[in-house]
Design a protein around this ligand. Structure first.
Ligand code: TRP
Length: 324
């Protein structure tokens, strides 16, 4: 069976360090081993109230961010979900056999409904995600902890379908990065780094000015005590910085503790800031060098290939359930 990875991200605004470490870095590595498909999930993005003009900009911006972060359009497929409407058709088919109960129990559905009211799109969101994954017969799906329930549901849906209509879908595995799966806010290390954080210093954007990046690290909240030690219970601020440093320097956590254990917090924060600034430099340069027309061309041709691949699976699905 083809080893295929599928993942998606919503085009809802700027990408940050958490997206890089928690998602993109992993996506990039997986390109070596898997046939990879990375998707700007714009159908998902409209499940919350949105501004059309912002969405239009964000769906291209995010595709550029994928490429700047190292997703290689020569090797991997990158497209915008709405350009491959077969995702929505498969969602309908999968939904036909999916019981209500599990969908009402999804924590994201409950959280988001509280913010935006009960919208059918929020209810159906996990079904569309299952369709994204299954339409490409993905075997591996790299996602963060917050997606555990959605992945479990996808696996259940695949198994139910196979049981009722014959083996069509591989049951996909969830892949989580060992380190840096959760990058925390630089201002409150007990909450996840988020693009919607009202505190500007909490989140480091990927293509932001190096001086600002440095400032944010200098202002990062640390813990009581003086030791640079990896301990999430006692030292969440420092532990978060150690993880970020480990990703950017390539040094292991024990190596960092050995080298920086006795250093002043202030010195350590500068070292982390410098490593991040250096590490982000090529990404920012790549982002700035990308030509919008060229990216549009890539997205158009990749979507065409995506539709062909999706049609292959849908052909099997239609035949299996009696619609062909
Ligand atoms: N729900 C995912 C998130 O918010 C995004 C997503 C949509 C996705 N479809 C997907 C992730 C398919 C992986 C596979 O992070």
């Amino acid at each position: 069976m083809t080893k295929r990875v599928f993942s998606g991200m919503q085009p809802t605004g700027s990408v940050h360090l958490g997206n890089l470490i928690g998602a993109f870095n992993n996506w990039v590595t997986m390109q070596d081993e898997y046939d990879a498909i990375y998707c700007v999930v714009d159908f998902h993005a409209i499940t919350m109230p949105h501004e059309p003009a912002e969405l239009r900009v964000n769906r291209t911006y995010l595709a550029k961010a994928f490429i700047a972060a190292g997703v290689d359009p020569e090797r991997s497929l990158i497209y915008r979900q709405a350009d491959v409407p077969q995702h929505a058709e498969l969602m309908w088919i999968l939904g036909a056999d999916t019981p209500f109960g599990p969908l009402t129990r999804m924590t994201q559905f409950k959280d988001k409904s509280e913010k935006a009211g009960e919208r059918f799109g929020l209810f159906a969101y996990p079904l569309l995600q299952a369709a994204d994954i299954l339409i490409h017969k993905a075997t591996a799906v790299p996602v963060g902890d917050d997606q555990t329930q959605h992945l479990e549901l996808t696996r259940d849906i695949a198994q139910r379908f196979n049981g009722m209509y014959g083996e069509v879908f591989p049951v996909p595995e969830r892949i989580t990065p060992e380190i840096g799966a959760r990058v925390m806010s630089l201002q409150d290390p007990t909450s996840k780094m988020s693009k919607s954080d009202p505190d500007q210093n909490a989140t480091v954007m990927l293509f932001e000015d190096p001086d600002r990046v440095m400032k944010k690290f200098k202002r990062a909240v640390t813990d009581s005590g003086t030791e640079v030690r990896y301990d999430w219970d006692e030292k969440p601020g420092i532990s978060n910085l150690i993880e970020i440093f480990s990703v950017f320097s390539g040094a292991s956590i024990p190596e960092i503790e050995a080298e920086w254990g006795e250093s002043l917090y202030g010195h350590f924060k500068v070292a982390v800031g410098e490593a991040v600034v250096e590490g982000l430099r090529p990404l920012r340069e790549k982002f700035e060098s990308l030509d919008d027309g060229e990216v549009e061309g890539i997205l158009t041709s990749h979507a065409a290939r995506g539709r062909e691949m999706a049609e292959d699976t849908l052909g099997e699905v239609r035949a299996a359930i009696g619609l062909a």
